[in-house]
Design a protein around this ligand. Structure first.
Ligand SMILES: Cc1cc2nc3c(=O)[nH]c(=O)nc-3n(C[C@H](O)[C@H](O)[C@H](O)COP(=O)(O)O)c2cc1C
Length: 172
């Protein structure tokens, strides 16, 4: 498990190579095996492959431009009528997606949409309008998925920082 966790990096450049359907299915399974508050499983996913839509999504925020280059973008949505903890549930779900993508030999990057602004105004309103997402849904993030154009270094054991750990009480 730690092997995959260390390999996971925020990859922002992808090969044009398409992603196998079977791999996307495994990634979506990982998403749907996430924990959720009260077991509500209120997530929904929009899978975007159309180049025009990918380009439009890449304009959502100042930090999303590269998503157009990923062959697949998973948009993590959340039904606020059935779910209770939008940010927590959908972020954990995104982490599962990110890690299973690495496990499948793919790469991704969490691209913030909730509470973000961009050239078209509020990024979440822009993405909802673009994808026809109903009013009662929120959008947490975009997860571009593809084969990394180049390898980033893995996380290393040197990032483990004992000073961040407190036993029994917080020590200053
Ligand atoms: C909540 C959250 C929002 C993020 N938003 C963006 C984003 O909008 N665009 C982007 O390129 N990276 C985004 N990132 C990726 C971070 O920049 C990245 O995780 C961080 O620099 C650490 O690098 P690593 O993921 O390769 O370990 C986001 C990450 C998190 C957890």
């Amino acid at each position: 498990m730690l092997e995959v966790i260390k390999k996971r990096r925020s990859v922002r450049a992808y090969k044009p190579k398409s992603v196998e359907e079977g791999k996307i299915k495994e990634i979506l399974k990982a998403a749907m095996f996430s924990p959720s508050s009260w077991g509500t499983r209120a997530w929904e996913f929009v899978i975007v492959k159309d180049p025009k839509t990918r380009k439009a999504l890449s304009e959502a925020t100042p930090y999303s431009s590269f998503v157009k280059d990923a062959p697949v973008i998973i948009v993590v949505c959340y039904d606020t009528e059935t779910g209770r903890k939008f940010k927590e549930d959908s972020s954990i779900c995104a982490a599962h997606i990110h890690l299973e993508a690495v496990n499948q030999g793919l790469a991704s990057c969490f691209v913030q949409i909730a509470d973000a602004d961009g050239p078209h105004g509020n990024a979440e309103a822009y993405v909802k309008e673009l994808l026809g997402i109903p009013q009662n849904y929120r959008v947490q993030c975009l997860l571009p998925i593809g084969y990394a154009a180049s390898e980033l270094p893995e996380h290393s054991d040197s990032e483990y920082d004992e000073s961040k750990i407190h036993y029994e009480r917080f020590n200053q």
